[in-house]
Design a protein around this ligand. Structure first.
Ligand SMILES: [Zn+2]
Ligand SMILES: [Zn+2]
Length: 273
């Protein structure tokens, strides 16, 4: 039986369609016996109609300075789940210039909303949510898009690629992830929320991701993508799938804190070991 001690993709009420505070999530992680929790609220145009203001994203860029690293016996990391918004692998906020602080003081040097928001974060998860920009894209362009998103400096994990429903080829993506020491995610939320398709669709796609990763030796991250505290640390469906494919435990970077922090260090993104 797989024992997963980290939850590497979770949301607080700052994601607007999630319902728990960071304290409630940490408490749940502690009660569930997790060693490490990563809070990754959405960084996306699904949140606010106007994007230019740094004011909206305070919940993301102040958290690394505000939250304790250790809380109720759990190591707490702060990240975000940024939307992939272009076929070139660009992420939300990278084409938005910001020149004022939250109180309206001008920055000495203007920056992008993405850089300003993610500067002090531990890592970024890159995910596809809105798909209108993909309307005319070919499968190979979408495969390439994921690889380019993964090449972005702060991106450590590709979020729920099994659930996105995009007709991508997992093998080159997993090969790229392996070569960069980055991770593909298997996401428990994929089995309960699948965008209206039946359950089996996401399950089969996630299974293909696992088989591909096992075959080539690419590390994965298992996460709940919990949008409410009572789902933190519950990986039951994912565990069934891991067992079904006899997934090698040593390729699960999130199996414990030590392995996960080592993987993060190896990616070159952050050394918290
Ligand atoms: Zn969400
Ligand atoms: Zn998410």
């Amino acid at each position: 039986m797989y024992n997963i001690k980290c939850d590497t993709h979770t949301h607080t009420l700052f994601s607007r369609h999630a319902y728990s505070t960071i304290q409630e999530n940490v408490k749940e992680a502690s009660d569930m016996g997790l060693e490490l929790l990563v809070s990754t609220d959405h960084f996306s145009d699904m949140l606010y109609p106007d994007h230019e203001s740094t004011k909206h994203y305070q919940y993301l860029f102040t958290s690394p300075m505000t939250w304790p690293r250790e809380w109720m016996g759990v190591t707490l990391l702060s990240g975000c789940e940024a939307d992939i918004v272009g076929l070139d692998g660009s992420l939300f906020g990278q084409n938005i210039t910001v020149d004022k602080s939250i109180v309206g003081d001008p920055f000495k040097v203007p920056t992008t909303l993405y850089d300003h928001t993610t500067k002090n974060m531990d890592y970024v998860i890159a995910s596809v949510h809105g798909k209108s920009f993909l309307k005319d894209a070919t499968p190979s362009q979408m495969t390439e898009m994921y690889i380019k998103a993964l090449q972005q400096e702060k991106v450590f994990i590709l979020g729920h690629i099994g659930r996105s429903g995009l007709p991508v080829d997992f093998r080159p993506i997993a090969e790229a992830a392996k070569s960069m020491n980055k991770l593909l995610e298997i996401n428990e939320h994929s089995f309960s929320f699948d965008g209206g398709r039946n359950d089996e669709f996401s399950r089969n796609r996630c299974k293909q991701v696992l088989e591909t990763c096992a075959d080539i030796g690419c590390h994965i991250s298992v996460a709940t993508d919990a949008h409410i505290s009572c789902l933190i640390g519950r990986f039951e469906e994912t565990k069934k799938l891991l067992e079904e494919v006899h997934f090698p435990e040593e390729l699960i970077a999130s199996r414990d804190k030590h392995s996960f922090l080592n993987a993060l260090k190896l990616s070159g993104i952050k050394d918290l070991t």
